[in-house]
Design a protein around this ligand. Structure first.
Ligand code: ADP
Ligand code: MG
Length: 249
C-alpha cells in the first residue's frame, strides 16, 4: 500500500530525514520507533504532504505522492493525527467530526442554508466507533487530554482513510487512557480493516499491537521487521537503548 524509498529532508543543511525506508502492506499495523529527534514526525509530515521531500520516493497504491499538498494526499486515502492535538476547542465533539465528514462529501452546498443537519449519520457512526458518542455535545475545550487525542483520530476518520497515520497516539495519556487507546487501535485495525502506521514511545504498546516495526535513528532506517526480530537485533539494542533489550514482555 505504501512504500517509502530513500527519503531525505534537510532543514538548513541539517538532515532530519536521511535514507528513510518503509513498507506498509494493506491491513498491516506498522510502528515506527526511535529516540527523540530521530525524524519520525518529519517522516510523517513528508508522507502526508505537510513537508516536501528533497529526495526519494513515496509510493501510495502504485502512485508517487511525494510533494503533493496535504489535501490531495488526504483525498487519496491517507488520514493522520498529530503529536500535538489539533481540534477546534470552542466547537462540540460532534461538530469537530462533522466538519471533517462534510469536507469529504463532494457536493455543492447552499451557502444560505445551515450545514448543522448534514452528515449526521456518518458523524454518529464515527463517534460510536471511537467510543465518544456519549460526549458528542461536549465542548472540546473541556475534554480530558485522552479524549482530545481520541477525538483527533475521529476527525481523521471523517476523511474515510484507507491508511491512518498516528503520531504518538498515547503521548501524555494516563495508563488507563493508554489501555483504551490501544483497544481503539485494535478495533480500527480488526473491525474497520484500517491500515495503521504509527510512531510511539510506549514500547509495551508497540509490541502489543504492531505486525512490523521500523526503527529510525538520526533520520535513517536501521531495520524494518517483525517485533521478534527487532527485539533481538543487536544494532537496534545498541542504537536505541544502549544495549538493553528493547522490550522484555
Ligand atoms: P521525532 O519525531 O523522531 O522526535 P522530528 O522529526 O520531530 O523527530 O525531528 C527530527 C529532527 O529534525 C530534530 O533534530 C528536529 O529538531 C529537527 N527538525 C524537525 N522539524 C524541523 C524544522 N521545521 N526546522 C528545523 N529543524 C527541524
Ligand atoms: Mg515526533
Amino acid at each position: 500500500m505504501l512504500q517509502v524509498i530513500d527519503l531525505g529532508k534537510s532543514f538548513d543543511g541539517f538532515k532530519a530525514v536521511d535514507g528513510a525506508n518503509l513498507q506498509v502492506a494493506p491491513g498491516e499495523v506498522v510502528a515506527v520507533i526511535g529516540p527523540n529527534g530521530a525524524g519520525k514526525t518529519t517522516l510523517f509530515h513528508l508522507i502526508t504532504g505537510q513537508l516536501k521531500p528533497d529526495s526519494g520516493r513515496i509510493v501510495f497504491k502504485g502512485e508517487d505522492i511525494a510533494g503533493l499538498p496535504p489535501h490531495r494526499v488526504c483525498r487519496r486515502g491517507i488520514g493522520r493525527s498529530y503529536q500535538v492535538v489539533n481540534v477546534f476547542d470552542r466547537l462540540s465533539v460532534f461538530e469537530n467530526v462533522q466538519i471533517s465528514v462534510l469536507a469529504q462529501c463532494r457536493q455543492t452546498w447552499n451557502m444560505f442554508q445551515s450545514a448543522s443537519g448534514f452528515c449526521m449519520e456518518k458523524t454518529k457512526e464515527i463517534l460510536a466507533s471511537v467510543g465518544l458518542e456519549d460526549k458528542a455535545d461536549n465542548i472540546c475545550g473541556t475534554l480530558s487530554h485522552g479524549d482530545r487525542k481520541v477525538l483527533e483520530i475521529a476527525i481523521a476518520l471523517g476523511s474515510r482513510p484507507e491508511l491512518l497515520i498516528l503520531d504518538e497516539p498515547t503521548a501524555g495519556m494516563s495508563p488507563e487512557e493508554t489501555a483504551t487507546a490501544l483497544e481503539l487501535m485494535k478495533n480500527l485495525s480488526r473491525q474497520l480493516g484500517l491500515t495503521l502506521l504509527f510512531c510511539e514511545h510506549d514500547m509495551e504498546m508497540v509490541f502489543a499491537i504492531a505486525d512490523r516495526i521500523m526503527v529510525m535513528q538520526q533520520g535513517h532506517t536501521i531495520i524494518q521487521d517483525t517485533p521478534e526480530k527487532v527485539r533481538l537485533d543487536p544494532q537496534v539494542r545498541e542504537a536505541y537503548l544502549g544495549g538493553a533489550e528493547v522490550c522484555s514482555r
